[in-house]
Design a protein around this ligand. Sequence first.
Ligand code: MG
Ligand code: ZN
Length: 373
Amino acid sequence: MPIHINKSVLIATIVSLIFSTFAQAQTASKDISINQKSRPKNIILLIGDGMGLAQMYAALTATQDNLRMTNCPNIALVKTFSDSDYITDSAAAGTAIATGNKTTNGMIGMLPDKTPVTSILKYAENHGLATGLVTTCDITHATPAAFIANVENRKMAQEIALQFLYTDIDVFIGGGYDNFTKRADSLNLIDSLLVRNYQIATTISEMNAINRGKLAALLYPKHPSKMSEGRGDMLPVSTAKALELLSKNENGFFLMVEGSQIDWGGHDNDLDYILNETIDFDKACGIALDFAEKNGETLIIITADHETGGLSLPGGELKSGKPEGKFSTGDHSAIPVPLYAKGPGGDQFDGLIDNTDIFKIMYRLFGFEVIKE
Ligand code: MG
Ligand code: ZN
C-alpha cells in the first residue's frame, strides 16, 4: 500500500512546529531575570495558619531566640485580604497562595464565579514532579484543601476527600480518616486509595515503616490532638517522612506543610496554645531547612495565610523566655504576615507582596509555562 501523505496534516505539523519554537523563544525571553542556577528543583512551602509577626516573636521569646524559621536570608511581608473581605479566612487565603487567585471567603480552588482554578501542586504533578501535603488538622480542612480541591464551600469535607482521588498526589499526612470512610455516599475511599497503589497508615509507626511509593497517612479520625494533649512529634516526623518519599523523584517535588493549630490558639486567645503549636511548626521548618541545606536545590518558603487573634505583645522578657500576650479579636485580623525564604530563587521574595504573588513566584521559579489539564 502506498504511503499516503495528507498535505494539510503536513502543513499543520510544520506550522505547529514553527509556532512552538516561537512560543518557547517567547517564554525564554520573559524569564530572563531568573537564570537556571537560581531555579529550585524542589519547593517546600510551610504555612503557619494564623501565624503573624507577634505569634512568631512570642515563640522566639519563649525559645530564648532559638527559632529556626528566622534564619532565612530573604524576608517579605504578605497582604492577605480576600476578594470578598478585608479580613480573609483560610479558604480564600489558601486559594490565593495555592492558585494565585483571590476569591470569596469560604471558597476552595475557585474564583468567586465558581470557575475552578489549578493549584501549584497540580501544576507540579502535571509536570512530573512528586507532590505532598502534611498538616496538623483534618487533611480536608481549608488550607490543605486549597491545594487539592475545587469546591464552593470549605465545609464540603467529604467532597474534598473524594477529590484527593482526582489527583495523583504522592504523599498526604494528617487527620480526617473518617471523611474517607464514614460517608453519606457510603463509598469507602480507603479501598479506592488502595486500588490506586497508596499505602495506608493510621499510626506513626505504620507510616514510618513505609519507605517508598505512595502514602496516605490518616493518623486521626478527625483533627490531630493539640500539642498540649499529646500530639508529640507528629508534624516534624511526618515532614521528614514526606521528604524521604518525595525526594526519590528525579524531577523534583512540591510539598506543603501546615502548622494548622496556631490559628486555633489565636481563636481561643490562648497564648500557650499558640506557643506550643508555633514551636512545633518551627521544628518542621527545621527539618525542611536541614533537608534543603544538604540538598542544595530546594527552596524553602515559610509564611502564614493570615494572622489570628490580633495578638500584640505589650510585655515580656527574652532572658526568662516569657512573652506577655494581649488579644484584640477572637477572629482573624487584616495585618500583613511575614514570609521567610531560603534557597535558590529565595531572593524573588522581597518587599510588601500580595498572597497571590506566592503562587506566581513559585510557578515562575519552577519554570512552568505550559498550562496543562
Ligand atoms: Mg489551616
Ligand atoms: Zn482561623
